[in-house]
Ligand binder design. Structure first.
Ligand SMILES: Cc1cc2nc3c(=O)[nH]c(=O)nc-3n(C[C@H](O)[C@H](O)[C@H](O)COP(=O)(O)OP(=O)(O)OC[C@H]3O[C@@H](n4cnc5c(N)ncnc54)[C@H](O)[C@@H]3O)c2cc1C
Length: 354
């Protein structure tokens, strides 16, 4: 069988890339063995344009938020499923310094439309321990990650584009200016493997700085929280009094088991934040494909010109993946250059010296 593209991995990166390839009418197959720990599936799926201790607007926030809004709504229609919602995030303040930091930014032009209000909100003090109050982040969003991934996977299965198998580089060969994999000949192969690319001998020259993340699901019948709450940890309403609590971050740890150390840390943070009883329903792990310079990895392998990578989404896959999947598509189909900031060409020298 001959196709234009062979895509490896159906996390958020591979999902968005295949969506745009499909829209563009390109032929492709996607290989994904879903039994692996997949960061995309355990993510809380939040798109938050204001982050960090100093409440700064994130890199490309304006472009990413409006691109996500348009295209998550569009992919919902293709999948005939609902997994995207616009959200207001309640961001907790913890000191007078926080208060000053936020009030200098609220309502100023640069922070619109994300800090549209200069009013503080105080949570019910019988339930939450937040004496300094919260401010609102507007125009945030959340994607139900399980629903998104499974809906797009079902669509790929229906169209017979998905190969549910383990991929190994050993089965890949090059012939007639194309790549061959188990009876499939593709003009190009694109690796969307998440953190596992850091162990792929073709791409292990890239400076991944992977981070393990752990999170909990808890049931809290009396909490009554309807918006996302972002404090030291995030509390995300999942429906039916179930909440996502997370997440932790451990640099360069790719072990796939949940730990009691991180469980205790999450419970301690939750006990500091809420005053109502809750029951832990699940404890999950994912490995984020984070990068030393915090910019995605897009582009062509320095030596094997039929091979490409789409990776390095770090902590923000749900906003970065749609935007940069489209950029990669325009490069692959129309030859548009990839921005130097995200092109893996920035590590050409590192590859040559490896
Ligand atoms: C706890 C936690 C919370 C997070 N919360 C958020 C959030 O709220 N918002 C946000 O934007 N981001 C969040 N992230 C980050 C986000 O999850 C990542 O940026 C994103 O999931 C990376 O997607 P990916 O497709 O590159 O990798 P992955 O999700 O890891 O997907 C890679 C896929 O490739 C497949 N694969 C790899 N190798 C092979 C092979 N050899 N054969 C077959 N299949 C293969 C895997 O099975 C997997 O399905 C969070 C991450 C964690 C861990």
């Amino acid at each position: 069988m001959k196709v234009d593209f062979l895509v490896i991995g159906q996390g958020i990166a591979g999902s968005w890339l295949t969506y745009f390839l499909h829209l563009a009418g390109a032929s492709f197959r996607i290989i994904d063995k879903s039994e692996y720990w997949n960061a995309s599936a355990i993510a809380s799926g939040i798109i938050n344009p204001i982050t960090g201790r100093r409440f700064v607007k994130t890199w490309l926030a304006d472009e990413l938020v409006s691109f996500a809004d348009e295209h998550y709504s569009a992919i919902e229609k293709v999948c005939d499923a609902k997994f995207y919602s616009k959200e207001k995030i309640f961001k907790a303040l913890h000191s007078n310094q926080d208060l000053n930091e936020w009030s200098a930014k609220a309502k100023t032009g640069y922070y619109q439309p994300f800090l549209a209000s200069d009013e503080l909100y105080y949570m019910d003090e019988s339930k939450f321990n937040l004496p300094f109050g919260c401010f609102h982040i507007d125009n945030a969003a959340r994607i139900d990650s399980h629903k998104f991934l499974s809906s797009w996977r079902s669509y790929l299965e229906l169209k017979e584009f998905l190969i549910s198998e383990e991929f190994s580089e050993c089965d890949l060969s090059f012939k007639n200016n194309a790549v061959q994999w188990k009876g499939i000949q593709a003009s190009k192969a694109i690796f969307c493997q998440g953190y596992r690319a850091s162990k792929n001998s073709l791409f292990d020259f890239l400076p991944f700085a992977i981070t393990k993340g752990e999170c909990l699901h808890v049931h809290a019948a009396d909490l009554g929280l309807r918006n996302i709450l972002s404090s030291k940890i995030s509390v995300v309403p999942l429906g039916d009094d179930l909440y996502y609590i997370g997440a932790t971050s451990e640099l360069n740890d790719s072990t796939l088991h949940p730990t009691s150390k991180m469980y205790n840390r999450l419970i301690q943070d939750l006990n500091t934040l809420v005053k109502v009883p809750y029951e832990v329903k699940g404890h999950y792990v994912g490995i984020r494909p984070t990068v030393k310079d915090r910019r995605p990895f897009l582009g062509q392998h320095p030596q094997f010109k039929n091979l490409y990578i789409f990776n390095g989404m770090g902590t923000k896959g749900y906003s970065l993946a749609p935007y940069f999947a489209n950029k990669l598509l325009l490069h692959l189909t129309e030859g548009k250059p990839i921005d130097r900031e995200v092109d893996i060409g920035r590590y050409q020298e590192k590859y040559e010296n490896a």
